[in-house]
Design a protein around this ligand. Structure first.
Ligand SMILES: Cc1cc2nc3c(=O)[nH]c(=O)nc-3n(C[C@H](O)[C@H](O)[C@H](O)COP(=O)(O)OP(=O)(O)OC[C@H]3O[C@@H](n4cnc5c(N)ncnc54)[C@H](O)[C@@H]3O)c2cc1C
Length: 245
């Protein structure tokens, strides 16, 4: 339950407020506004200017408070990322949920986080002492407290996404995203299971992609699907993604 609400007008003010105990950043509030057993204060980030999308060289710099709908409507947004955003959230949620909030709050079934992981998204993460850039793959297992200010994705890579769910817009039971750079570097991320998407491969070329997809889901059984099913589907989706690039 939210017990205190702050609405700072600058990043510095936000960071000072977040240094108080038991205080969390508030993005779109679609998750944080739901009922929680714990009590905490929130720092609403909407007035501190983190809502721009800028192309910088070969990268797209996405402000932490850009909404999923803003990103989806950006002409620079890769088509595969648009496809994933549409699966994760309907229009009302997309208009409120922020890019940073969606990554911090994601589980393994987030199509959006799966594509961002394949893209090797870098989060700029700041606290009163330091600012650092950290890969989403390093961030997700820990999800340390603090403030994400922006997220950077490459624009010089091809990206494909595919998913299997009960319906085309349902949460994926298995999804795959493959990103390939001109150098041959190929990353495969898989979603549809557990607490975070999995990086199944980051290689200098695409060889072994299907085997990597299958191996990554070796123990991925739950109420939704057996590991055998996920292994088989993941290999097929990875192959389809590679063919689509
Ligand atoms: C109806 C509904 C359906 C959903 N379906 C899915 C789904 O299919 N798959 C899925 O993975 N998720 C799903 N979610 C969860 C979804 O990921 C989050 O609700 C939403 O995207 C979070 O965005 P937000 O900006 O509203 O975050 P908030 O609710 O504001 O915050 C979420 C978390 O992120 C933190 N946070 C926010 N901004 C920052 C920042 N800049 N820096 C650091 N931390 C920050 C908050 O402190 C909090 O811990 C769903 C949520 C709802 C309400």
């Amino acid at each position: 339950m939210i017990t205190q609400y702050y609405r700072p007008q600058s990043l510095k003010e936000a960071l000072d407020l977040l240094a108080q105990p038991n205080t969390r950043p508030l993005g779109g509030g679609t998750w944080l506004n739901q009922s929680h057993d714990e009590t905490f204060s929130v720092v609403d980030l909407q007035a501190i200017g983190l809502n721009t999308i800028q192309k910088t060289g070969n990268s797209l710099e996405i402000g932490a408070c850009v909404t999923l709908q803003q990103l989806l409507e950006s002409t620079e947004c890769p088509a595969a990322l648009r496809q994933a955003i549409r699966i994760d959230a309907g229009l009302n949620i997309r208009n409120a949920a922020t890019v940073a909030g969606a990554l911090v709050g994601c589980d393994g079934r987030s199509a959006f986080a799966t594509v961002m992981l394949a893209l090797d998204a870098k989060l700029t993460y700041t606290n009163p002492k330091t600012t650092q850039s950290v890969g989403l793959g390093e961030y997700l297992p820990v999800r340390p407290a603090g403030l994400i200010t922006s997220i950077s994705i490459p624009l010089n890579a091809s990206c494909a996404f595919d998913a299997v769910g009960r319906t085309p817009l349902d949460k994926p039971i298995v999804c795959a995203a493959v990103v390939k750079w001109a150098s041959g570097r190929t990353r495969l991320a898989l979603g549809g299971y557990h607490t975070a998407p999995i990086l199944a491969m980051d290689g200098t070329e695409a060889g072994g992609l299907e085997a990597a997809a299958s191996n990554a889901f070796h123990e991925a059984s739950d109420d939704w699907a057996s590991s055998e099913y996920r292994m088989d589907v993941a290999a097929t989706l990875a192959k389809r993604c590679l063919e689509a690039l």
